[in-house]
Design a protein around this ligand. Structure first.
Ligand code: ASP
Length: 478
């Protein structure tokens, strides 16, 4: 590559790079779909399994020895012998034993490395972000009444958002019928017990083991405790530890941003794999469309119905007027995908146009920008359930609750920068034992959804400021 073209490549914005990678990957995957090789190794792979798989394979594919079959022929043959109800469960074994794709395997590793890079960051990122978040809140101001109200609002609005998302993704079921193959390493992890087990496991017996095995709930639990009690120790130590965790968090964010730079390559590898293994691309595109619809419609319901109702009835203010005042910050949030970058605008607008005092806005808005992310919380939940549906994994009621809880925490932990929510989804997925490979699909359309959820995040922060200002007896302009 010559000098000018390498400079040009650097100048292309990340989301364009992602889009280009996506288009190339789809093209590549279509050109080189998975094939199925019926050789001795195929039969041997199945022989190692318990059950009749090997015998059945002899019956179905005995005459095809030495051939390479297309997906259509391969699955049609299988379907002749395995009935519908068994098919989803067992077909994967045959498919894995026979898959043959010399072209795709040359690029899929890029996706694998990218996912490993993200996974590598989960434990340190979550630990540092939660400890530093909790410690900073405690040391900043005397929390008191204002703090309690603010937190009450953050948690309530985020939970309302998550439940709206949960409802929409269950109604629209975007992942139904996709039947993606569950990766081998994931298969044992799926049935992780019932709810009481999950609750017990929140308390780790050994935090280092939890860290090394990415046990999200225990890490979060330990991090909250650590952050909280940092605020309760001697001043010199408190300052030292808060600084240390802040520094650690900043460092982890830098590394995260570095890994994110490789998203286009990662996407390319992952999407080639997904497309090559899909026999029915139209239905894949349809599922992704419905998924985007589920996220977008839930965000819109939350922003246009739920939050205005809260402003109207809890905040006793006019949501339409407030919305008009907020137009510029909302458009900025939408186009930058960063509530952090929008914060200065949100603050001036909420003060000057909606009439909230500086005392309230300077307390609620910066805090809100970092921890109150309704849009992100909703997105985490919809994305996780969609991935479960796509892999045909039934999440029990208990596990759905874990999704709700971790989606809330992920949104609190997510930084106010573009694509932060995407990294955090790994927490939700690991907590309920869903395959991280699922991120491959949602990565592709993340950027557009990021714009919508960031605008929702900022809108919710501003509604919170209005509600709290009003509850403190302020006279507003909205
Ligand atoms: N981009 C979002 C924000 O800054 C965070 C996210 O990725 O969900 O609010």
């Amino acid at each position: 590559m010559n000098h000018t073209s390498s400079i040009m490549l650097k100048k292309i914005k990340l989301h364009w790079q992602i889009l280009i990678a996506l288009v190339l990957a789809i093209f590549f995957g279509i050109m080189f779909p998975d094939m199925y090789k019926i050789d001795e190794q195929f039969f041997n792979n199945l022989k190692e399994r318990e059950g009749y798989y090997h015998q059945l394979a002899e019956v179905v594919f005995g005459d095809d020895r030495g051939k390479v079959l297309s997906k259509r022929v391969f699955t049609e043959k299988l379907k002749r012998y395995i009935d519908e109800s068994e098919y989803h469960k067992t077909s994967q074994l045959y498919i894995e034993a026979a898959t043959y794709n010399p072209y795709a395997s040359k690029v899929i590793w890029m996706g694998t490395i990218f996912l490993r890079g993200l996974t590598m960051l989960i434990a340190p990122l979550v630990l540092s972000s939660i400890v530093s978040g909790v410690a900073n809140i405690g040391t900043g101001t005397n929390l008191g009444r204002l703090g309690l109200k603010t937190f009450g609002y953050y948690i309530t609005s985020s939970l309302l958002a998550i439940f709206t998302g949960l409802l929409m993704v269950n109604i629209l079921t975007p992942g139904a019928g996709m039947n993606l193959p569950v990766p081998e390493h994931q298969q044992q992890g799926i049935n992780i017990g019932d709810i009481s087990d999950t609750l017990i496991q929140i308390v780790p017996t050994n935090i280092f083991q939890s860290l090394s095995e990415n046990h999200m709930l225990s890490i979060i639990f330990f991090a909250i405790l650590t952050g909280f009690f940092i605020t309760r120790i001697r001043k010199a130590y408190r300052i030292f530890l808060t600084d240390m965790f802040n520094a650690f968090f900043e460092l982890m964010m830098k590394i995260t941003m570095f890994v994110i730079k490789f998203t286009p390559l990662g996407i390319f590898g992952i999407v080639v794999g997904v497309v090559a293994s899909q026999s029915d691309l139209l239905s894949l595109a349809k599922s992704m469309g419905v998924y985007m619809l589920a996220v977008a419609s839930a965000l819109i319901i939350h922003a246009v119905v739920t939050l205005p109702l809260l402003v109207r009835y809890v905040g006793k203010s006019n949501p339409v007027k407030h919305f008009r005042a907020m137009q510029t910050p909302l458009l900025t949030a939408f186009s930058t995908s960063s509530s952090g970058a929008t914060l200065p605008l949100t603050m001036t607008t909420v003060e000057q146009k909606s009439g909230v005092s500086n005392k309230i806005s300077s307390f609620t808005l910066p805090l809100g920008a970092t921890i109150n992310m309704d849009g992100t919380a909703l997105y985490e939940c919809v994305a996780a359930i969609f991935i479960a549906q796509a892999y045909g994994i039934d999440l029990s009621f208990g596990l759905q609750l874990v999704v709700v809880f971790t989606a809330l925490l992920a949104s609190i932990g997510a930084a106010a920068v573009p694509m932060a929510g995407l990294v955090m989804i790994t927490i939700v997925l690991t907590a309920v034992g869903l395959p991280l490979e699922g991120i491959g699909m949602i990565l592709a359309v993340d950027r557009i959804l990021d714009m919508l959820r960031t605008a929702t995040n900022v809108w919710s922060d501003s509604c919170g400021a209005v509600i709290i200002a009003k509850s403190e007896g302020e006279i507003l302009r909205v």
